[in-house]
Design a protein around this ligand. Structure first.
Ligand code: EPU
Length: 337
């Protein structure tokens, strides 16, 4: 196995942070995993598994081994005239996989267009957007158990999916490496979800019928208008989760802030964290190269040379400010290393 040393990770994280890995390896084949586990470098160092690097804030050089998961391959299995299973290896880019499905007229993932990151990390935080989460179409995943050294399969019932949550963030954190994910998608009579956010309005503006391909186009337009492109401005999408509060808490906030933006959720109300952050005065804030995006306050950005530690410090200031203004705790969605 060939490990590189003092490897600059700038190109491998969407915040564009130039921290170094003490050791680095690009893993192209899942069959290399057992060999990797036997290596001295793996056994003697802390390990960071890297997918698309789109949910990661590096605040320092990583003192151990960074493994970039680069397994490639996409395929479709037809089940019957209504459904198919679409599979992708962990290192496939998420958006390209969604496009691959849409080209074959497979429906289900269109609302999740343009989410940065790779297929293999999508289940870890159950990525979601515009009224859809991957749990809604998840079929199965294959993962390598680092503790037992064996391959395992997980079905929907095994993953404990929730809002930006799965068992791979909880009980099984750090135990499995996901190598392949499969989704059950529709081949016809697609279930179209246009009611969320501005999708319907965008379709009308474009003069397009609601098809799965056109919904993807609308979602792409909406995201491009609001969210910074990581290729231009470093960022990691929503930095915080939208906090869920009890009905009593919601009532208290709504009395004090009648324009509060919130949605009924399973256990109370989900507050729009972007609204809270904007209301507290942070939208467009910039210190050095660390900032709060001027079109979506939930997104923290690196305008160029910010350090991860500066972005982290800014995120903590925002958390304190939101707590002192609204008595609401904001939890980071991004992994801070
Ligand atoms: N809002 C503001 N000011 C802002 C931003 C938002 O007032 O600066 C209010 C607006 O009223 C807006 C509402 O908040 O209507 C919701 O905003 P938006 O539709 O942009 O969605 P979000 O709740 O901020 C979530 C996901 C996004 C996903 C969008 C669309 C989380 C943490 N984020 O954001 O996911 O794209 O919904 O479905 O749940 C991500 O996880 O990285 C991500 C981008």
């Amino acid at each position: 196995m060939h490990f590189q040393e003092h490897y600059n990770l700038k190109e491998l994280n969407t915040f564009g942070l130039a921290e170094e890995a003490r050791f680095f390896i690009n893993l192209e084949e899942e069959s290399q995993l057992p060999e990797l586990l036997k290596s001295e470098v793996y056994q003697n160092n802390p390990v960071l598994w890297l997918g698309g690097g789109s949910n990661l804030l590096l605040t320092r050089d990583f003192p151990g081994l960074v493994v970039k998961l680069n397994f490639k391959g996409k395929s479709v299995d037809i089940i019957n005239d209504k459904e198919a299973i679409a599979s992708a290896k962990a290192g496939e880019n998420w958006h390209q996989f969604v496009q691959f499905c849409l080209k074959q007229n497979l429906g289900g993932l269109e609302n999740l267009s343009l989410i940065p990151g790779n297929v293999g990390t999508a289940p870890i935080q159950n990525i979601g957007a515009y009224g859809v989460e991957i749990k809604d179409h998840f079929y199965r995943l294959r993962a390598f158990d680092l503790q037992e050294g064996i391959w395992c399969d997980f079905g929907p019932g095994d993953c404990d999916f929730g809002y930006r949550w799965s068992i791979f963030k909880g009980e099984h954190k750090g135990r499995y490496v996901i190598s392949e994910v499969q989704f059950k998608l529709s081949r016809k009579d697609h279930f179209l979800r246009t009611s969320y956010g501005a999708i319907q309005a965008e379709l009308e503006r474009l003069g397009l019928q609601p098809t799965i391909q056109n919904i993807a186009e609308a979602v792409i337009n909406i995201r491009e208008a609001k969210l910074p492109n990581p290729a231009e401005i470093g960022n990691s999408g929503s930095f915080f989760k939208n906090p869920v509060v009890s009905e009593a808490e919601y009532d208290r906030l709504k009395m004090e802030f009648p324009d509060l933006v919130a949605y009924p959720a399973e256990q109370g109300y989900k507050l729009a964290a972007g609204w809270l952050i904007e209301k507290a005065g942070w939208k467009g804030f910039r210190r050095g190269d660390a900032g709060v995006h001027n079109k979506q306050a939930l997104v923290l950005v690196n305008y160029g040379e910010a350090k991860g530690s500066e972005i982290k410090a800014l995120s903590e200031e925002i958390q304190e400010s939101i707590y002192s203004t609204f008595a609401v705790s904001l939890e980071a969605e991004v992994n801070i290393i």
